[in-house]
Structures are given as C-alpha cells and as structure tokens.
Write a protein that binds this ligand. Structure first.
Ligand code: B12
Ligand code: SF4
Ligand code: SF4
Length: 396
C-alpha cells in the first residue's frame, strides 16, 4: 500500500524511513526496481573518457559534448545529495520470429514495440518528486532524467543496487534480467544509499560471442560504430557497406546480446499497457514499410521510439534487411525505392537489388543509373550493377 505524505508527519521524517517510503511510492508508480545512491563521480568515469577518446561513440556528438557533466555530476548539480534510480521492465512474451510465413519480415528490438518510454517515465518521476516534497514538507530541489540527460545511468543504477554491469555493457538484475529502462531522480536530500550488487557474469561470455558484428572490443567495452543498434537508430547517413550483410533482418535496434544472456531466460513479462506491441511491430512484414511516405510514417510511428530514425533512416534499414534476406518478391518495391526522394534510400535500395541480383533488378539499376544525380547514390548503383553481374541469380 502506498504511504501518503501526511502519514509521515509534518516534521521532516527520519532519512531511513523516508527512503523506505520513497521506494514504496516509486514501486507504486510502476517502477519495479528502485534504489538510492549518493551523488558522486561514477566509479568507471575514466573508462567512459577512454571510450570517447577511442572514437567508439561514432557520430553521437552529444556524448562528447556532455563528457564532463557525465563524469562529474556534482559540477552541474551542486545541490544534489542523493539519486533515486528506477527501472521499468518492458519485455513482452513474444518470441523471436524468422520468415516462416513466406513474407520477408524484419526485427525491431523489443524496447521499441510499444510507446516511447521517455515521457511516461519522466512524468512518473516528476510525480515522485512532488510526493517527496509533500512528505518532507519543505523545499526539496530535484531533477529528473530518463536516457537523454547527461548521466551515466548504468553507473548510477549499479551504486543504487539495481543490478550489475554485464559484459554486454547492460545493467542486469539478478531477478529481472536486463530488459528494462532506467531513469533517475536527483534530490537535494541526504538519504541512505544501497549496497551495490556484485558482478554475476563469472566466466560466461555468451553475449560477446553472439554479437553478429563483433562490436565488443573487450568485455564491458563496446564499439558503438559496429553495434546494430547504433547503425540502425543513431547513425544518420549511409551504413558502411562491409557491415550491411552482418545486420541481417534487424531494422531498428538489436536484442541479440540480451536474448542470449542466461539472466533473461526466466523473466516475468511486463504488463504495462504502453509496452505491449503495437499492431504489426513484432516481426513486421518489410515490403509494406518501403511504401511509407512522410505522412504515413508520421502517423504510424507517432509516440513510438521508432520515429527517432526518421522515415529515411527506417527505409534505409528496411532496404538493407531485404537485401540480406534476398527474397525475389521484394524486387518491385526496391525498384520503386530507386526513385525515392531521399538519396540515402535510393543508395541502400540499390545495394539490396545488387544482392538479390535478378534480371529485373539489374535492368532497373541500369535505368536508374541514367537518371541518378546524387554522387553517392550513383556510386552505389554502379557497384550494385557489378554485384548483379556476379550474382548466381542473374540470368545473362
Ligand atoms: C549511448 C547509448 C547507446 C549507444 C552505446 C551503447 C553503450 N554500450 O554505451 C548505442 C546506440 C549502441 C546503444 C545501444 C543500446 N542501448 Co543504449 N544508451 C546509450 C546511453 C544514452 C549512454 C550510454 C553510455 O554512457 N555509454 C558510454 C559507454 C562508455 O558506456 P559502457 O560501454 O556501458 O561502459 C561503461 C561501463 O561498462 C563501465 N565499465 C567499463 N569497464 C568496466 C569494467 C568493469 C569490470 C565494470 C563492472 C564496468 C566497466 O564503464 C563505462 C562508463 O560507465 C544510455 C542512457 C544513459 N544516459 O546512460 C542508453 C542505455 C544504456 N541504452 C539502453 C538500451 C535499452 C539500449 C539497447 C538495448 C537498445 C536496443 N535494443 O537496440 C542497445 C544495447 C546495446 C549494448 N550492448 O549496449 C538502456 C539500457 C538499460 C539496461 N538494462 O542497461 C539505457 C540505460 C537507456 C535507458 N534509460 O534505459 N545505446
Ligand atoms: S545490440 Fe546487437 S550488435 Fe549491438 S552489441 Fe549487442 S549483439 Fe552486438
Ligand atoms: S551473456 Fe553472460 S557474460 Fe554476457 S552479460 Fe549475460 S551473464 Fe554476462
């Protein structure tokens, strides 16, 4: 049962009692995992600096821009004494599917099947702050973050006892695995902190071996530039051609290094309505996605994490997945995409046609080459024509 602020009394409650009540209130707001930590420099802040230095953050310029803030939270929040770290589970019980229905299908990572989590979690954390202010009966400064703030969220969560950082770099709870989102509420109150959870990966290395793009340079160290999640969501331009074949059917994010983790095997599914899959987002049919125009993309992905990739990014990814699947029935849709208004989409559609390599694919590419005005798309079309000529499915 949720404790009402007034039950704690008008005098500021004892920190231990207040901390217990805050955690109970947070759980009542739908955060299944809650912990409290003091506000300090994260233990692995140097590893973060090294990661940036090595260039592993790729084009995510916001990571370098906020380096000091992420490493030293007290510099920009000098008033903050404690942080309430929360997690919300999002896994639903839908299996990994392939293409057995005869229709080429792609894979969207589990976290993106439902509604966007940022605003919902932020609202609930704001409501927790309001509750704390009521409980303390005085001025409490607070600041809420979910994902987009300059916070090393997993480091905070480790110190708040929510889980440990696995070799796949994800935060793992012994009981709930890693399919959850993190958020924080920084407050100006001194609250008792939790004990961190010890590392439980042991000698396991399943995630490191399973990564299809070899994105882990070492345990706990990810080169984001090779991660499918980065390539399909964060990267705005062209996907490097040598990595495209390794992306398989992924069109938005990747779950492989979590799917193989033993701690994700016996987890309980989330019953949060916002995280249940929207129609057609679990293993979606790919060909109809290539037909989305700006307006239909906007309508279909309103309030969904997928809008982050924008239409051109999603269609780029769909083209790559279709090229990897190699289904001939996708040729007409890919040929149409050769006339897309976005050079990025035209380039990746050309690559896919080069992989499929049928006579129709080659004829369409030859035709597109005569019209193409964008130098990058032109080069991709020329390469794809060569690929078609070398393809076993091309009938001379
Ligand atoms: C940038 C970013 C990405 C990048 C880079 C990922 C990465 N591993 O850093 C990309 C786009 C690739 C990405 C992908 C994903 N992300 Co992301 N991402 C972030 C973001 C915004 C920052 C992460 C960050 O600071 N990276 C910096 C690097 C250096 O961190 P790191 O590699 O983890 O290294 C740290 C530790 O491993 C530690 N460390 C180093 N050496 C050692 C040694 C030991 C022994 C130990 C214990 C620790 C340790 O030090 C480093 C500094 O903290 C956070 C939100 C946030 N504000 O924190 C979400 C966040 C991490 N992402 C999240 C999610 C869900 C994902 C995806 C699962 C999405 C998907 N399905 O596609 C994938 C997972 C890929 C993966 N294996 O990490 C969740 C993770 C929840 C969880 N349970 O951990 C977060 C927390 C967002 C949220 N609020 O819920 N993401
Ligand atoms: S999310 Fe996929 S690509 Fe990225 S590190 Fe994990 S397994 Fe590799
Ligand atoms: S798969 Fe194994 S090594 Fe990787 S995070 Fe899970 S327990 Fe750790």
């Amino acid at each position: 049962m949720t404790v009402k602020p007034r039950e704690l009394g008008v005098v500021a409650p004892h920190p231990e009692r207040l901390a217990r009540a805050i955690k109970e209130e947070a759980r009542g707001l739908g955060f299944e995992l809650v912990g409290i930590a003091s506000v300090e420099d994260p233990p692995h802040e140097q590893a973060f600096a090294d990661w940036l230095q090595a260039g592993y953050s790729g084009e995510m310029a916001y990571m370098a821009r906020t380096e000091q803030a992420r490493r030293h939270p007290n510099i920009w929040m000098p008033w903050a004494r404690s942080v309430v770290s929360v997690a919300m589970r999002y896994a639903t019980p839908f299996p990994r599917e392939t293409h057995d229905s005869g229709v080429p299908r792609g894979w969207i990572s589990r976290y993106a099947w439902g509604d966007d989590y940022h605003a919902m979690m932020e609202r609930r954390l704001e409501s927790l702050l309001g509750w704390i202010r009521g409980a303390v009966g005085g001025e409490v400064q607070g600041k809420v973050y979910v994902d987009t703030g300059p916070v090393l969220e997993r480091e905070v969560a480790v110190r708040a006892g929510i889980g440990w950082i696995g070799k796949n770099t994800l935060l793992i709870s012994p009981k709930h695995g890693s399919y959850f989102f993190l958020g924080e509420l920084f407050v100006s109150l001194e609250l008792p902190a939790e004990q961190p959870i010890r590392d439980r990966c042991g000698s396991c290395d399943l995630c490191l071996k399973a990564c299809p793009t070899d994105a882990f340079v070492a345990p706990f160290r990810l080169d984001a530039r090779r991660c499918i999640s980065y390539l399909t969501i964060e990267l705005k331009g062209s996907i490097p051609t040598e990595i495209r074949p390794l992306i398989g059917d992924h069109i938005f994010g990747c779950d492989i290094c979590q799917d193989v983790c033993p701690y994700n095997v016996n987890i309980v599914a989330s019953n949060e309505p916002a995280y249940q899959p929207r129609d057609g987002l679990h293993a979606p049919a790919l060909i109809p996605l290539l037909a989305l125009d700006d307006e239909s993309f906007r309508l279909r992905f309103k309030g969904s994490p997928i809008k982050r990739s924008k239409r051109r990014g999603l269609l780029r990814n769909v083209a790559v997945a279709l090229g990897n699947i190699g289904a001939e029935e996708s040729v007409p849709a890919l040929v149409k995409a050769l006339s897309d208004s976005e050079p990025l989409v035209r380039s990746h559609a050309a690559w896919a046609l080069g992989r499929i390599g049928t006579t129709d694919a080659r004829a369409a590419l030859e035709d597109a080459r005569t019209r193409e005005t964008d130098p990058d798309a032109y080069a991709e079309i020329a390469q794809a024509i060569i690929a078609c000529a070398l393809s076993p499915s091309h009938e001379p």
